[in-house]
Design a binder for this molecule. Sequence first.
Ligand code: NI
Length: 177
Amino acid sequence: MTTSDLRYPIGKLEPGTRLTPANRRIAILDIAELPGRMRDAVEGLSDKQLETPYRPDGWTVRQVVHHLADSHLHSTIRTRFALTLNQPTIMAYDENAWAQLADARTGPLEPSLLLLEGLHARWAALLESMTDADWVRTFVHPERGVVALDMNIPVYVWHGKHHTAHVTELRKRMGWS
Ligand code: NI
């Protein structure tokens, strides 16, 4: 198995993927279900298992879970900025530096699992309420340029599954039941 397979267990997202009105519902369901899927993925893992990198030189399981909370906090805030300001410029963040902060390296998972549950419940409710005009609202990402919400949400649907698969694939590979 190559490093790329370990790093991208579900493959990369097709660039330029946009949600259509027909597949919004599935995406919103995925957003709503992510916290439960990640909670199931880490269920019963010991501290030692949580300290295991999901790939050589990769983040530990613990860092992956905290990263998901950090990343999706940003994304829900970006969604809200796009809905309430005229094409705002949002702030990028250094995800690797955040993953090295003490709480992300060593902190218990439960606060991030609870955070994801609350965050995604509100995010899904917000997405559910959005009109066709809302879905094409935009923000400016300093590195990625202009991003519409119907392009951004598929990224985070993919992102949740991508990191959950890091944990489930590691469990399979290590024979952790
Ligand atoms: Ni990520």
